[in-house]
Design a protein around this ligand. Structure first.
Ligand code: KIV
Ligand code: ZN
Length: 513
């Protein structure tokens, strides 16, 4: 059996499905380009029948993808399958991924169908898909809670109808490695036509076992893993791509499997996703967390200085991280700028680099920290970055245990200085209310607020990430300051500026078409 394991990325489908993680079309395209460049074998770009937006995303990802197979998800329903056929039309390599539940619980309560009827539906849906596309994947939703005899029949039916990949999801994150190993082995031993298909894993992380279960599946004979960047996904998420890839790479002695991933692009991909979604990963997250390569204790630091292998099982460079995580700002030089862009996967010629550097300087003058997302915009937008119509000037707050708390906020709006006062449940709430008085935006809601310390001690700098959502569109903002209320205001203004520039651009787009 080959040692090559196919990586099927579902960041844009299962990942995007989780609360707060929805992405705009442009964000999905940027993420998909990164996934394609870094060597993912299959990109599941969405669920085309779910909405017009999902359909368009799968279509556009299909148009731009150069290397990977583009997959679209569908239920065992003809109109869903047709939507995938249409949406993946422009793709050079395409896959229809159809699924149906096979556990007694799901068949009875969710599908309200008998096991016999579900077998018929598997046959009908896979045959229909196979008549339109050579590459069909079939998934047994809730496979890990399905009776073995029935799962064998269902898998055999799907393969006989033309599925070339059979996916065995642990939909509810319930299994454990030994059990999942035995399940995959059982299918290999008992399903008569199993040699005609690749077995795939799709493990959720409800018990924190998604990666361990996926790897157990591979050891038992599966050769495709479904995973996401940063492990995002429904509820507790999916198996994290970076953990799987780095486990195989670091422990070739016990996990002798190959993937096609350029591991130096792991960190840039992780950062791109956090910049797009506004959700950072926890600091101790394996491979991509802020502390994954940090050594705090004296004994560890001493060992590291003598020989890095004393406390490091992989190098930060191998996953695209700098030892001194490079943060760009207005004092950064051309060299640091070039290095950072290379880490993000952009190798510009001298002329393009100089032009982008000028735009960067301009932008950095206005912002304390330039995020990876900003840098990508700086590189990719020919017209430069959107104007910042709202500028932070000053803030005074009355805070403490006797409410209501008060804020007096002064900003410049299109060059004119304005001040507003407001009260709220806490100083942040008061500031944001003052912001709404200064720039009315009733239809927008605050859909995410995160605060973290960037440095140590009581004088640490705080970073605030916020997200505003208006008419289904998300606008992320970041603010940094030693005063966390000021950082909150800066983050809000950053998101607001992005929202205002999208509003300004909207009529122009309409007339251009
Ligand atoms: O978790 C699951 O079962 C799924 C399927 C649709 C593959 O996401
Ligand atoms: Zn899933």
């Amino acid at each position: 059996m080959s040692d090559r394991v196919w990586l099927f990325d579902t960041t844009l489908r299962d990942g995007e499905q989780s609360p707060g993680y929805s992405m705009t079309l442009d964000e999905k395209l940027r993420m998909a380009a990164m996934l394609d460049d870094m060597g993912l074998d299959i990109i599941e770009a969405g669920f085309p029948a779910a909405s017009r937006g999902d359909f368009e995303a799968v279509y556009k990802v299909s148009e731009q993808t150069q290397n990977a197979i583009v997959a679209g998800l569908c239920r065992a329903v003809q109109k869903d399958i047709e939507a995938v056929i249409e949406a993946t039309k422009p793709a050079t390599r395409k896959r229809i991924h159809t699924f149906i539940s096979t556990s007694e619980l799901h068949m009875k309560h969710k599908l309200q169908a008998t096991p016999e009827r579900v077998l018929e539906l598997i046959h009908e849906s896979v045959s229909f898909a196979r008549n339109h596309c050579e590459d069909v994947e079939w998934s047994a939703e809730d496979a890990t809670r399905t009776s073995h005899d029935y799962l064998c029949k269902a898998v055999e039916t799907a393969i006989a109808a033309g599925a070339s990949t059979v996916n065995i999801p642990d939909t509810v994150g319930y299994t454990v490695p030994e059990e999942y190993f035995a399940l995959i082995k059982m299918l290999k031993d008992r399903v008569p036509n199993i040699d005609r298909a690749v077995i795939s894993t799709h493990c959720h992380n409800d018990l924190g076992l998604a990666v361990a279960n996926s790897l157990a599946g591979i050891r038992a004979g599966a050769r495709q893993i479904e995973c996401t960047i940063n492990g995002i996904g429904e509820r507790a998420g999916n198996a994290s791509m970076e953990e799987i890839v780095m486990t195989c790479r670091t422990r070739q002695d016990v996990m002798p499997y190959e993937t096609g991933i350029k591991t130096e692009m792991i960190m840039p991909a992780s950062r791109l996703l956090t910049d797009i979604t506004g959700f950072s990963v926890q600091p101790n997250k394996a491979v991509v967390g802020a502390n994954a390569f940090a050594h705090e204790s004296g004994i560890h630091q001493d060992g590291m200085l003598k020989n890095a292998q004393t406390y490091e099982i992989m190098t930060p460079e191998s996953v695209g991280r700098d030892r001194s995580d490079l943060v760009l700002g207005k004092h950064s030089g051309r060299n640091a700028f070039r290095t950072k862009l290379q880490a993000l996967g952009y190798n510009l010629d001298d002329a393009a680099l100089n032009a982008a550097f000028d735009r960067f300087k301009d932008f950095a003058d206005r912002k304390k920290k330039v995020s990876d997302d900003d840098l990508i915009l700086i590189v990719t937008s020919k017209d430069g970055l959107p104007e910042e119509r709202v500028e932070f000037i000053s803030l005074g707050v009355k805070s403490g245990s006797y409410g209501p708390q008060e804020a007096e906020l002064t900003v410049k709006i299109d060059g004119a200085k304005k001040t507003a006062k407001a009260t709220g449940k806490g100083p942040v709430d008061a500031c944001f209310k003052a912001m709404r008085v200064l720039v009315p935006h009733d239809a927008a809601m605050l859909s995410n607020y995160e605060l973290r310390a960037l440095t140590h001690g009581s004088d640490a700098k705080g970073e605030v990430n916020i997200r505003l959502t208006e008419n289904g569109q998300n606008f992320n903002g970041t603010g940094i300051d030693t005063d966390v209320i000021v950082a909150s205001c800066r983050a809000y203004i950053d998101a607001l500026n992005r929202m205002l520039s999208a509003r300004d651009a909207a009529p122009r787009k309409a007339t251009a078409n």
